[in-house]
Design a protein around this ligand. Structure first.
Ligand code: C2E
Ligand code: CA
Ligand code: CA
Length: 645
């Protein structure tokens, strides 16, 4: 009676005709389900039930949805042939127990076809009675599932006669059930996106979770039906192979990132930053078309999902549309702020299986758009794909990296320019994994920050450097030697940073006066947490230096309020300084201000004797650079120190 797997018997010419007709209906239904949204989806389901019902000579077609952890069922949609009494009203909040044998089948992803209700055996008498009460003679019920979740079933009742369905009929009906399920899931998702849990409170737009869910469903819909059905035994002889249904709704995803948004927060405060985000959200929303999904997926990141466009340049079109929407000035708390944005776009070409892959691609496009100052757009293409792939490989390798083995530390000496003596060293990380070969530190440090392993990496580097300091450098050095380690703001910002940093330093037993940490100038725009943590580091007696000074936004005025005790003049000021009066004037000013603020000063990137002379002449006491010493391993440095360098 229960027919989980209909035997693939040969088809009569009538069967084939019917199957072709059903296929046509199926395609039409799929298109309607895909194109509509919101309540339109329910209408499309009603129409689908009617169309299939009429075509198959069914008396009643319907859907039921589970509720309360599958213990209750509700009749959600119903179509009745003329003369059949609707039952939907009476079939609300029904105990799911009545359908328990079906549900068991649904959970195995099987449908149930009962050719003759009268022939249901006595051990299922209850079911037989319930069906007979409604005059049902034959029936088909099939699971509604999407994204692996079983959430209801679809059914066809034959009241006036017993009926036989061929396996092709069944096959097509099951495809229709799948499409209805996907549409229902989307409808539910749209609702979710509108509800508070899926919305970003600041802008009331859907948030990242809602966006990813909507994207998954869009991809699910876009995939050809044939791919979606799990098994396809070859049709028996004489039956044409079923063609994959290739109707797809094109998917284009855009990501928008506001350039230098952190600057706005720093300059105007977080409340004004919030106002700006709200204003930008409003502007973007006004530029959306019906059916577009706009979400705020992060601080200053917005995402847009466009379905149904397939033309070649639709990616470029979306990019221009978004950048145009952003452009111009915003009035925030009485101040006019002009904003630019970077946009990444990806056009789904059918190769992205999951939303995560598509999102990774669009993030790659955005990353390239942001590179070198941003304010432009990039559409994911083959070139980006290659770089993205390399990056993915690096990411995987870095995550898996056994830092004990593959991350080593070099030391670049700091020299007192007047005496030529080594008074300290900076630790510089090196990474070379078997799968990737050596990777430039700027690259892997940035990557480690982004994927959240910078803390682990830095701990390893610090442990190595502190051990080298206590065991090899200090025993060989004069009493002036100090070690400087690079820290990333992203790491310092972590809640666990201070205790871990403290215990590393304490365990090493090193005198804090011999330690420096250095952070690039961008910390000036970092949040208050970073500043608090650095304040604590400084208060414990460790030096805190600004790295690459002069390349970013910081000014001496700002430095005054921050816990810095040293400055490293960027090598951009040092290169060719002997020929550059402007650079000389700037360095002279830096020397003077550093003295006034009691900050120690060091020049980076000293490559030539002329540069070194000029810097000394301007009053810079310490230097680092290839012209003094290149980065070297611990053995070499210990040797130099032992030789009295
Ligand atoms: P940085 O902290 O500014 O380090 C100085 C960089 O300039 C080093 O490159 C060094 O080898 C290079 N350099 C030194 N003298 C000269 C010179 O005279 N001429 C030129 N052209 N270059 C010179 P490296 O080792 O490739 O490091 C690059 C960046 O990677 C570092 O810049 C730093 O930002 C980051 N980094 C390296 N190790 C670490 C680490 O352990 N932690 C963190 N957070 N960042 C690190
Ligand atoms: Ca440095
Ligand atoms: Ca530097």
């Amino acid at each position: 009676m229960v027919v989980p797997q209909t035997p693939r018997t040969a088809l009569s010419p009538d069967d084939v005709d019917r199957a072709v007709g059903l296929q046509r209906i199926s395609r039409r239904i799929m298109r309607a389900l895909t194109e509509r949204s919101g309540p339109g989806i329910d209408e499309a389901i009603d129409e689908a039930l009617a169309e299939v019902g009429e075509f198959c000579g069914v008396d009643r077609s319907y859907t039921f949805l589970f509720r309360a952890e599958m213990t209750r069922i509700d009749n959600a949609h119903e179509w009745c042939a003329p003369g059949i009494v609707p039952a939907i009203e009476t079939l609300q909040d029904v105990d799911a127990e009545v359908a328990s044998t079906w549900i068991e089948a649904f959970e195995r992803d099987e449908h149930v076809f009962i050719r003759s209700v009268a022939a249901i055996p006595d051990d299922e008498a209850e079911l037989r009675e319930i069906l007979a009460e409604q005059d049902i003679q034959s029936l088909l019920v099939a699971p509604l599932r999407a994204g692996g979740e079983l959430f209801g079933f679809m059914g066809f009742d034959y009241v006036r006669r017993e009926t036989e369905l061929s396996w092709v009929d069944l096959d097509v009906l099951l495809v229709i059930a799948d499409n209805i399920a996907a549409a229902m899931a989307r409808r539910r998702h749209e609702e979710l996106a509108r509800s508070a849990t899926a919305a970003d409170l600041l802008t009331e737009l859907p948030n990242r979770v809602a966006f990813a869910g909507a994207l998954d469903l869009a991809l699910e819909r876009a995939r050809p039906v044939a791919e979606r059905r799990v098994e396809h035994p070859p049709p028996p002889e004489g039956v044409p192979e079923r063609r994959a249904d290739t109707i797809r709704s094109g998917i284009v995803v855009g990501l928008i990132d506001i350039d230098a948004f952190a600057e706005v927060n720093t300059a105007l405060g977080f409340a004004a930053g919030d106002d700006l985000i709200r204003a930008i959200a409003g502007r973007l929303r006004a530029h959306m078309r019906p059916g577009d999904l706009l979400a705020r997926i992060g601080g200053d990141d917005f995402a847009v999902l466009v379905e149904g466009s397939r033309d070649e340049d639709s990616g470029q079109a979306l990019a221009s549309r978004l950048r145009a929407a952003l452009a111009d000035t915003y009035l925030v708390r009485g101040r006019a702020i002009s904003v630019t944005g970077s946009v990444g776009v990806v056009v789904d070409d059918g190769t992205f299986a999951h939303s995560s892959a598509l999102l990774a691609a669009v993030e790659a496009a955005l990353r390239e758009a942001k590179h070198d100052g941003g304010n432009r757009s990039m559409v994911f293409d083959a070139d980006i794909a290659v770089r993205h792939e390399r990056r993915q490989r690096l990411t995987a390798a870095l995550r898996a990296a056994d830092s004990q083995q593959h991350v080593t530390v070099l030391y670049q000496p700091v020299v007192e320019l007047a005496s030529d003596r080594i008074v300290g060293a900076e630790s510089l990380a090196r990474w070379s994994a078997p799968t990737t070969g050596p990777v430039a530190p700027d690259v892997f440090i940035a990557l480690a920050e982004e994927i959240g392993v910078i803390g682990r990496l830095t701990s390893h580097i610090m442990r190595t450097a502190l051990a080298d300091l206590t065991e090899r450098f200090l025993p060989a050095a004069t009493d002036r030697f100090s070690l400087s380690v690079n820290l990333s703001a992203a790491h310092v910002a972590e809640p666990g940073f201070l205790p871990e940093f403290e215990s590393l330093v304490t365990d090493s037993g090193v005198d804090r006066a011999r330690l420096w940490v250095e952070l690039t100038e961008s910390v000036v725009t970092a949040g208050p947490v970073v500043i608090d943590h650095l304040e604590a580091v400084r208060a414990s007696g460790i030096g805190v230096a600004v790295d690459d000074f002069g390349t970013g936004y910081s000014s001496f005025a700002r430095l005054r309020n921050l816990p810095f005790t040293g400055i490293k003049i960027d090598r951009a000021f040092v290169a060719g300084i002997q020929h550059d009066p402007v650079a000389q004037a700037l360095v002279a000013a830096q020397v003077e201000i550093a003295e006034n603020l009691g900050l120690s000063l060091l020049a980076e990137g000293v490559e030539t004797a002329e540069e070194r002379e000029t810097l000394s002449g301007l009053g810079v006491r310490y230097g680092q650079g290839y012209g003094l010493h290149r980065p070297m391993d611990a053995d070499t440095l210990a040797g130099l120190l032992a030789a009295g360098a």
